[in-house]
Design a protein around this ligand. Sequence first.
Ligand SMILES: Nc1ncnc2c1ncn2[C@@H]1O[C@H](COP(=O)(O)OP(=O)(O)OP(=O)(O)O)[C@@H](O)[C@H]1O
Ligand SMILES: Nc1ccn([C@H]2C[C@H](O)[C@@H](COP(=O)(O)O)O2)c(=O)n1
Length: 422
Amino acid sequence: MAKQAFSRLGRWCSRMFAVECDPSSDPVYFALTKTPQTRQCSERQAFEKIFRKAKSFSLHVCTEDKIQRAKFYEDIKNNTIPGVSRGCSVFDVFSFHPDVKNSALRGFLVRGVADIQETGLFDELVRNPGLNVCTYVLEEDTEHWWQHLWSKAEDGRMVVVEKYCLVPAEKPEHHPSTLNIINSDVFYKFGDACKVLRECTKFIPESKELLELVDQGLPLKREGRFPVIVIEGLDATGKTTLTRSLTDTLNATLLQSPPQCLSPWRPRFDSEPALLRRAFYALGNYITAGQIDRASAHAPVIVDRYWHSTAAYGIATAVSGRVDNLPGPGSEVYRWPVDLLQPDLVLLLTVSPEERIRRLRFRGAEKTREEAELEANDRFRSKVEQAYKRIEDPACVVVDASPPPDQVLQQVLLLIKNKCHL
Ligand SMILES: Nc1ncnc2c1ncn2[C@@H]1O[C@H](COP(=O)(O)OP(=O)(O)OP(=O)(O)O)[C@@H](O)[C@H]1O
Ligand SMILES: Nc1ccn([C@H]2C[C@H](O)[C@@H](COP(=O)(O)O)O2)c(=O)n1
């Protein structure tokens, strides 16, 4: 057996597979076993749903280095998969150890690809040490589905190095997309976000300048006397409108996260994989924290987005499928970073989905969205909103932002008066 294949197998054995064929329902879960078991009739449905007796193969990105893995996954998703999947169905797949943090590897299952094994591309994929390539084979007489893991033999031929029987399995407690959130989608320490940006200076030179911008001595406890109020919410819920009027009314300083000084770099990081994008926004919060510390010595401070946004969007984007796939209330993913300056009050502006769409349309966005995209966005919207509401210490106070702007302002001024004695 090829040497390379041994190290692949070390990570592969005892893993479970989750195939996401429909974002509105649970993935189909499989355990991998060496010993086939008697098949129950109902279990056939799981296989029928995924494989439909069509030739299928899967790719899992298993590169050890986290940054390389994130970039390689995007490359496979955007370049390789569209190239090989014309006329096929493509599903997101997770390979993971049930409920074990940081164990999830993301990949794709392509169904209906007739001759992939005959192509040069297949050889190329199998040869790539950062990929686990599997084909799926139905044993007609027993009706067992087998997963074949491929590798390159010493003589250069492509060979199947392991075979596992797929057995439908129970849903684990935690959805596999939640397992890698900490330090990949949300950062809870300044040093952890910096580490990612430091490691990517080779291919994003801007990260070096960004790191130089961050205050070395992070303010954890504020010196200032004046209250700090953060306004949060989905886009078009009225944050800009409210933060401006609050700033005028309270003679406050208006800040935002990410801060203005990061604007030139934002589009660059927005086009990077989640790991780098989230590290960028995390650092933005620490820069804003420095500004809050200085400004709150002189006047009240209003902040347009801060940590809640970074965490809520990070979590909602990472977690696939339905809202109930989110980590439950009280999960450690909703905790405040240990070293980030805390505001006195966080207000979450909410409006109904219909009103939000009306405001977005009024602004000229969203005009061309298809129905399906609207539905997908609705799932995303609910996940962001739920994540916002689950973040703790400080938790946000929910404000109904559907009344006219001056009424929202009065309502918020009252809250600030009561909570911050302003
Ligand atoms: N209370 C309100 N009632 C009706 N319309 C409002 C209200 N507040 C804001 N709007 C309008 O809704 C639109 C979005 O408002 P705004 O830009 O303040 O939202 P936002 O949360 O800052 O959005 P984004 O996060 O995308 O910048 C604007 O056209 C604004 O005039
Ligand atoms: N503190 C912040 C602010 C913003 N983000 C991310 C989350 C969204 O992807 C996007 C929303 O910002 P907007 O378009 O309203 O300027 O930016 C974040 O992660 N952290």
